[in-house]
Ligand binder design. Structure first.
Ligand code: ASP
Ligand code: MG
Length: 402
């Protein structure tokens, strides 16, 4: 069997944890499996490096920032190789250039294009544990690149796909994917399995367990992923294709507080206005989520939508600068809002799921400001101060606890 095991920053935060990870990997190795380990930088190393860069240059060249950030992962892989050496086990660490992991040229947001596997395969054949830097690669200018924050998950899945691994295990500081954030709902239940699509929806509403692109890639190549804790022995959550026959209507509830609402009021009721607004935002890389357009009155209508709160200022500046072009009479915004979503492949074939969610919110006297749906997700926008209570009420209504 070939296993790819990825450990995040908190799992390799200090020497003790590094030794702990090494010992755990040895269990698989001693069973005769081939073991590839993918690591993130130790603890908050990447944050620290970014802060250092900005102290010297508030707007550092992206190439140089990547040169800096790739060092974080090199520290953890080399120390991990030493940990194996100290335990008397042959191991080798490889960075993104040595593998090599070929990427597109966009520094800071590079995408993996091709992974050459000969070197890794040779090392595995000679019974070494192979430890690979997450998050990095090399572009066609032979410069080092990074895949975007949290990108080590994607490295691990890509390697698992390229090596046809039997499983890609993602170790983190939680024990898996839960029906809700256990800090908000203490009796939330750990899910045994979720589908790729559900996992993507979880990620899109702010449940930050996995890097989104890693799930997309796992889905594309059919890589079996397991999310589990590096600190306990608990069984994790399996992410895979397809659903059980008798699955729950809803798999989980999540809240996303990084949300703000913008209303563009009194725009002309004519073709092209929505295009102008959203094209302008898209060109500036501002993601828009829930969109609602009012029924026109006379020759005017309103368009409201949500953006990440971290993008609000930039979005408002853009809209205000272009108020005349988009024919708006007024532009308003609201920050104290949150999205609450239910996710579940079981929704596909079951009517009444939305009604049940709304009933739960009504019984808590929680007002819904906006609603959006996908095939397997229903999202409402509510006041932020109601968000945690809403998650608990909806979680109870669908009886998601044990
Ligand atoms: N070290 C990188 C980060 O902090 C990549 C990762 O951890 O996945 O974003
Ligand atoms: Mg991560």
């Amino acid at each position: 069997m070939l296993v790819v095991k990825k450990f995040g920053g908190s799992s390799v935060a200090d020497n003790e944890r590094i030794m702990n990870v090494a010992r755990r990997c040895l269990e698989d190795y001693r069973k005769g499996h081939q073991v590839v380990v993918v690591l993130s930088a130790m603890g908050k190393t990447t944050d620290g490096l970014i802060a250092k860069a900005h102290e010297i240059d508030p707007n550092p060249p992206k190439r140089e920032l990547d040169m800096l950030l790739v060092t974080g992962e090199q520290v953890s892989v080399s120390l991990m190789a030493m940990a194996f050496h100290s335990l008397g086990v042959p191991a080798v660490s490889l960075n993104g250039v040595q593998v090599p992991m070929q990427t597109t040229s966009a520094y800071g947001t590079a995408k993996l294009k091709r992974i050459r596997t000969e070197r890794i395969r040779n090392e595995l054949e000679s019974r070494k544990i192979v430890i690979v830097t997450g998050f990095q690669g090399i572009n066609r200018y032979e410069d080092m690149t990074t895949l975007g924050r949290g990108g080590s998950d994607t490295t691990a899945v890509a390697l698992a796909a390229a090596l046809h691994a039997d499983v890609c295990e993602i170790y983190t500081d939680v024990e898996g994917v839960y029906t809700a954030d256990p800090r908000i709902v203490p009796h939330a239940r750990k899910l045994k399995e979720v589908s790729y699509d559900e996992m993507l929806e979880f990620a899109s509403v702010g449940a930050k367990v996995l890097h989104n692109r890693s799930v997309e890639m796992a889905k594309k190549y059919g890589v079996r992923m397991v999310v589990l804790s590096s600190l306990t022995r608990a069984e994790g959550t399996v992410v895979k294709e397809g659903a059980k026959m008798e699955r729950m209507l809803v798999s989980g509830v999540a809240a996303d507080k990084n949300t703000a609402r913008i209303s563009v009021i009194g725009v002309k009721n004519e073709p092209g206005i929505a295009f102008k607004i959203f094209n302008m935002l898209a060109r500036n890389h501002i993601n828009v989520d829930i969109i609602i357009q009012s029924v026109g009155r006379e020759d005017r209508k309103d368009i409201s939508f949500t953006v990440a709160r971290t993008d609000l200022q930039e979005a408002m500046t853009l809209l205000n600068e272009n108020q005349a072009a988009i024919t708006a009479q007024k532009i308003t915004c609201e920050e104290g809002v949150a999205k609450v979503s239910i996710i579940g492949a079981g929704m596909l074939s079951n009517p009444g799921v939305a009604a049940k969610m709304f009933e739960a919110l009504y019984s808590g006297n929680i007002n819904i400001k906006m609603i959006a749906t996908s095939e397997i997700r229903i999202t409402v926008l509510i006041d932020e101060e109601d968000a945690n209570r809403a998650v608990r009420m909806v979680h109870d209504a669908f009886e998601l606890a044990d």
